[in-house]
Design a protein around this ligand. Structure first.
Ligand code: HEC
Ligand code: HEC
Length: 299
């Protein structure tokens, strides 16, 4: 049982609860004089990168922050408890703040990264849908490390959430263990946009045609739309985001739709389209997304 051994090893390395790793890193490098400057800057940029990813394109809070009638609950960021209803499940999102008792404060960095990319908890149990593990397994090592750094730095919130109910058998695994995942270069806007729309932002998870097993059919229906979402907003259907539908918008219009949630005709995009998160994206990232959407095979 290789995996079991890996876990206990990781468990032994977990940091003392309540000691922020950034502070620990600074303390550890303080003795190194000049080294402090570079290392502190690196730690800070990793944290900043993580903040940017979680709060914009990845939009983890779209599922992990509980919502009231007026949107996300104040002081409850990433504290879980949002219930996602589907014919196959009533999934309750987890508390992913560093609270040691009700969140992930006792998990090591490697354990959190594994939960995100492989969908497995430190105790070996599988995390259920709809978290998009098929895409998250391709998040680059540097980006998953940045996400983990940010999750460790958010305010811990004590919030014990109910258990998810799955009315179907979960697979034994979401795939083989994730090895090293290299960074995607942002120099090629289309390749960068594909990474943003897939592994980082899971746009294509919501916007592809539902396949026979319930999951998205990336092979035959990439970007074709069709998932139905019901909630306090009523009923919304993910539209086709291939050129068949989007050719009616200019690049500037498309960028505005994604980041403001308002179409040129004045109509507004309803949840779960994560507009409040995409509003915080860098213009270059929005342009890359648009460039990629233009290259999708028309459906
Ligand atoms: C589409 C909704 C959705 C999105 C997006 C999502 N999650 Fe989740 N996540 C869930 C649900 C639901 C669970 C609990 C599933 C279960 O009970 O098995 C979960 C579980 C987890 C867990 C396991 C925690 C535990 O205590 O078991 C971690 C860690 C996690 N998510 C991190 C993230 C991060 C980081 C992101 C953003 C990069 C993210 N999630 C995006 C829905 C989502
Ligand atoms: C959690 C599911 C979900 C995710 C993730 C998501 N969307 Fe959406 N999106 C929707 C839904 C649902 C609608 C329709 C809302 C409505 O009709 O009120 C929508 C609408 C749109 C529209 C409007 C299309 C039209 O016909 O006017 C565009 C463009 C779009 N999304 C692009 C994206 C991009 C790009 C991303 C990733 C950065 C993304 N979406 C992520 C669910 C999602």
């Amino acid at each position: 049982m290789k995996q079991e051994q890996g876990q206990s090893h990781a468990q032994a390395r977990r940091p003392a609860p309540g000691r922020p790793p950034i502070a620990a890193a600074l303390a550890a490098t303080a003795a190194l004089g000049l080294g402090l400057v570079a290392t502190a800057a690196q730690a800070e940029s990793r944290l900043e990168r993580g903040r940017y990813l979680v709060e914009s394109i990845a939009g983890c809070g779209n599922c992990h922050t509980p919502q009231g009638p007026n949107g996300p609950l104040l002081g409850q960021a990433l504290a879980g408890g949002l219930v996602i209803e589907d014919p196959m499940f009533s999934a309750v999102s987890a508390n992913i703040t560093p609270d040691p008792d009700t969140g992930i404060g006792r998990w090591s960095d490697a354990q959190i990264a594994r939960a995100i990319r492989e969908g497995r908890r430190p105790d070996g149990s599988l995390i259920g849908p709809p978290m998009p593990f098929d895409l998250y397994r391709d998040i680059a090592d540097s980006d998953v490390a940045a996400i983990v750094a940010y999750l460790r730095a958010v305010p811990p919130v004590k919030n014990r959430v109910a258990k998810s109910v799955y009315r179907m058998p979960l697979p034994p695994t979401w795939g083989p263990p994730v090895g090293r995942v290299a960074e995607v270069s942002s120099a090629d806007p289309v390749a960068w946009g594909r990474y943003l729309a897939g592994p980082l932002g899971h746009c294509i998870e919501c916007h592809s045609r539902p396949g026979p097993q319930g999951g998205p059919d990336f092979a035959g229906g990439l970007g074709a739309g069709g998932y139905v979402f019901t909630g306090p907003w009523g009923r919304s259907v993910a539209p086709n985001i291939t050129p068949t539908n989007l050719k009616r918008y200019s690049d500037a219009q498309l960028a505005a739709i994604i980041t403001t949630g308002v179409r040129p005709d004045g109509s507004c995009l309803r949840p779960p389209m994560a507009v409040s998160y995409y509003a915080k994206m860098k213009p270059a990232d929005v342009s890359a997304l648009v460039a990629y959407l233009r290259t999708l095979p028309p459906r």
